[in-house]
Design a protein around this ligand. Sequence first.
Ligand SMILES: *Cc1c(COP(=O)(O)O)cnc(C)c1O
Length: 365
Amino acid sequence: MSTGLLTIDLDAVAANWRALAVMAGPGCATGAVVKADGYGTGAGPVAARLAREGAREFFVAVAEEGAAVRAAVGPDARVFVMAGHMAGDAGLLAGAGLVPVLNSPAQFARHRAALPGEDFALHLDTGLNRLGIEPEDWEAGAAEMLAAGPSLLMSHLACADEPGHPANAAQLALFHRMTDGAGVPRSLAATGGILLGRAYHFDLTRPGIGLYGAEPYGAGRPAVRLSLPVIQTRPVAVGETVGYGCSWRAERPSVIATVAAGYADGLHRVLAGRLRLWAGDVACPAVGRVSMDLITVDVTDLAEVPEALDVIGPHQTVDQLAAAAGTIGYELLTQLGRRYARAYAEAPGRAGSAVPAMAGAEVGP
Ligand SMILES: *Cc1c(COP(=O)(O)O)cnc(C)c1O
């Protein structure tokens, strides 16, 4: 095999989901956000495992992502579409039984006209100013929208990964003002919001990144490993250079291993000079430029060159690699290349046990 191998530890994903569910506490359900193909790891296998674990609410970004998740989770779980109901989406939404999270009075009108009587949720903007119904529109339209029977009212925090940021309390207070007494289940917290404490949990939480044990839930179990096969190994004499631009020059007799991944696989050029790969417990610096499909690694100090080197693993987490690339775990994960072979590790016979269900969760679309 000449592509990298991305291994997703579904037991770790499940353990992280359960730990986040315990934090949310009794009376609060825990959903799962599997947009962007499950943050690059594969929405189908992740959603299927979490459905077995007891998750009943799944979230995708756009309707086009919903069908694969529906197929993975079966007919009973709810699959919410956070882009809401866009023109032309009715067939997709109805076909896969997706619940649009309506973001504006216009989307509400469109949904009621195209799919009257079909389930929907509402996103209320409490300050992120990205998606959701504005407070003034809500004041004017709440009575009509609530009368139509939404199954969920949600909002999203701008600064949940900064616990001390005053925007958190301000958004929480506004969410209360907009939704108290509505009699509809509510959801405010993604991973960061779960860590802010019970006041932010309401009836349903929506963790995404935390499922992979990445920041802001760095205390979680790492769930991703990425191994790159060594295609070729060569000796390089003192003074010889390696790679495009001749940017690295050997200062000692060296051994260079060329591994099968590059910037086309989400290992960005900016990593040049800051990237390490691991042979078991030994770190090996990448040298020279990152090419489209290849990275060159100084393995001079290894007694034996293994068949593959780890770039994400026990010694280099998603967050550490992201930091080296000047980005965050979210971006690193979602840019993981389509070329990697994806393997899903799971102990046989693992199945979920009971977790609190959200009120009304059994009411399918
Ligand atoms: C992406 C997203 C989430 C999940 O966020 P994480 O930080 O990955 O847990 C939840 N809600 C909304 C509206 C989102 O866009």
